[in-house]
Ligand binder design. Structure first.
Ligand SMILES: [Zn+2]
Ligand SMILES: [Zn+2]
Length: 376
């Protein structure tokens, strides 16, 4: 398959600055990110291509090599940005940081074979009530952990990895290509500097095994939809004794039948009868803490009026304060009237004056003026 030019992929010119390169890359990475295009294989492959291109062009040395030799500069050698392996993973986490504001230490010991384990994402949906009270959740996740048999070295217990003979342990070899001498990753040890002659039977030399782990996660009261909880070091184990990645729990809150949430405030709608609206009254509403609160309706309440129940909203994360709850009343016009009810309402209408409906009166007075003006 012919490879697309890296500059073309990133939609920049060959003379673009690092800043232009970075901003174009970010824009494209956001557009093609697999999280934004779930199940879209084309987007995923595009994302990998632009990540690969950026990985090469952001490094001045690799960029110079690419300008001189094109894709050939990175063929056969592995390592130098050609594969999607480690370099893809690191690029992926970089954007992840940008997109979601994640921090945390990044990979350590590039080229030593001690690779940092991958970060893991775990999606969890909770109810609004659980977000209100907080929750101790137990999660099960399959994850690779350090192999116990070889303590992560990958070598059969009782043996040790030996120094690579091809590179003498440096992990890199020099190779003449035309006038240039290129330094590249050692093909015998893939840059680790060590080789395993007797692989550990439990992990086949990988230094890690897959296991289901059970974790307890304390979800604090007041979390919001989209909250991430980072559990440092609970991601995948690093290869050959490298540090573990992190686990990120992405919380989403299921829609609630009764409440809508805006930050720490809760909103709900309550239908009331026309008579209650006119004469005043009271009714009870459920509150998020499982209790009830009384809402008092004054005489002459209009539809859409909001009543505030102070301190009946959601807790504010890591504080003792609570938001408010707002109840919006909606006046329900009576339907399916009996004959007697019709008579009573007709009688009511006869008794009515403009003072009973000042807004309607004002509106129709204006309408009348409007038509009168039109006729002149
Ligand atoms: Zn092992
Ligand atoms: Zn080597």
């Amino acid at each position: 398959m012919a490879k697309i030019d890296y500059y073309e992929l990133l939609e920049v010119t060959r003379t673009c600055s690092d800043g232009e390169l970075k901003s174009s890359y970010r824009k494209l990475a956001m557009k093609w990110h697999p999280d934004r295009n779930p199940g879209d294989g084309e987007a995923e492959s595009r994302f990998k291509q632009i990540s690969e291109a950026y990985d090469v062009l952001k490094d001045p040395q690799k960029r110079a090599a690419y300008d001189r030799f094109g894709h050939a500069a990175f063929e056969n050698g592995g390592g130098a940005g050609a594969g999607f392996g480690n370099d893809f993973a690191s690029t992926f986490s970089d954007i992840f940081d940008d997109l979601f504001g994640m921090g945390g230490g990044r990979r350590g010991g590039r080229g030593t074979g001690r690779e940092r384990g991958a970060d893991l994402r775990y999606n969890m949906e909770i109810t609004l009530e659980e977000a209100y009270g907080g929750k101790d959740a137990t999660i099960h996740l399959p994850t690779s952990i350090t192999c116990e048999a070889c303590t992560g070295t990958g070598a059969k217990p009782g043996t040790q990895p030996t120094t690579c003979r091809t590179c003498g342990g440096a992990g890199r070899v020099r190779q003449a290509q035309g006038f240039f001498t290129l330094e590249r990753t050692c093909p015998s040890c893939q840059g680790r500097g060590q080789v395993i002659e007797d692989p550990c039977p439990a992990c086949a030399g990988a230094g890690r095994v897959t296991k289901e782990r059970t974790l307890e996660v304390a979800i604090p009261a007041g979390v919001e939809d989209g909250t991430r909880i980072r559990l440092g070091g609970e991601g995948e184990a690093g290869a050959r004794g490298g540090p573990a990645g992190d686990l990120y729990i992405f919380l989403s809150i299921a829609p609630h039948d009764f409440f809508q949430r805006d930050g720490a405030d809760l909103f709900c709608r309550a239908p009331i009868s026309m008579v209650t609206a006119a004469l005043g009254g009271s009714f009870e509403v459920p509150t998020i803490d499982g209790d009830k609160s009384k809402v008092k309706i004054p005489e002459g309440t209009q539809s859409g009026k909001r009543f505030r129940l102070a301190g009946k909203g959601m807790p504010v994360l890591r504080t003792r304060t609570r938001g408010d709850m707002y109840v919006q009343v909606v006046v329900e016009t009576p339907q399916n009237l009996t004959r007697r009810q019709r008579e009573l309402l007709a009688e009511f209408e006869e008794e009515s004056s403009n003072e009973n409906h000042p807004e309607a009166h004002g509106f129709f007075a204006k309408v009348k003026d409007f038509f009168a003006g039109d006729a002149e």
